[in-house]
Design a protein around this ligand. Structure first.
Ligand SMILES: [Zn+2]
Ligand SMILES: [Zn+2]
Length: 143
């Protein structure tokens, strides 16, 4: 087991995460499902190799079939509701960790804004970010 690169916890502390790899990609997602997860804003995420992510604590989840036909699953703390991660049947080798779960000082920020066509009119999207109106190409996983 290598040294944790990142650690994190939910608001109540029931769910904890340790991650032993660098992020494969960082993204901000404005899709409608993420707006419901994130109280009306986007989710901010970092994708890691599944094998580098260890999570403990009880999670609830919600799975749905996306327009692509892939099954998307959102996981959250069963006790306090903090968003934990997303995963897709298309890329089981990756876990999409919500940045809010990670402990302060993680230094990660979104490099790309996706599904911007679904963002609300008031959304202020950083013009520096690479922008995709819908789903971007899959990241090239290093693992
Ligand atoms: Zn919790
Ligand atoms: Zn989304």
């Amino acid at each position: 087991m290598s040294e944790p690169r990142y650690t994190g916890r939910c608001n109540c502390g029931a769910v904890t995460v340790t991650i032993t790899a660098d992020a494969v990609a960082t993204r901000q997602c404005w899709c409608r499902q993420c707006q419901k997860v994130a109280a009306g804003g986007p989710t901010n995420n970092a994708m890691f190799p599944t094998e580098a992510v260890t999570i403990s604590g009880a999670r609830g989840d919600h799975a749905y079939v996306a327009a692509s036909g892939n099954v998307l699953t959102h996981e959250y703390c069963a006790a306090c509701g903090t968003p934990v991660l997303g995963r897709t049947s298309a890329r089981p080798q990756l876990r999409t960790i919500r940045l809010g779960l990670l402990d302060e000082g993680h230094g990660l920020s979104p490099a790309m804004a996706i599904w911007t066509d679904e963002a609300p009119a008031w959304a202020a999207i950083d013009p520096q970010l690479e922008r995709w109106p819908g789903q971007p190409p899959a990241p090239t996983a290093k693992a």
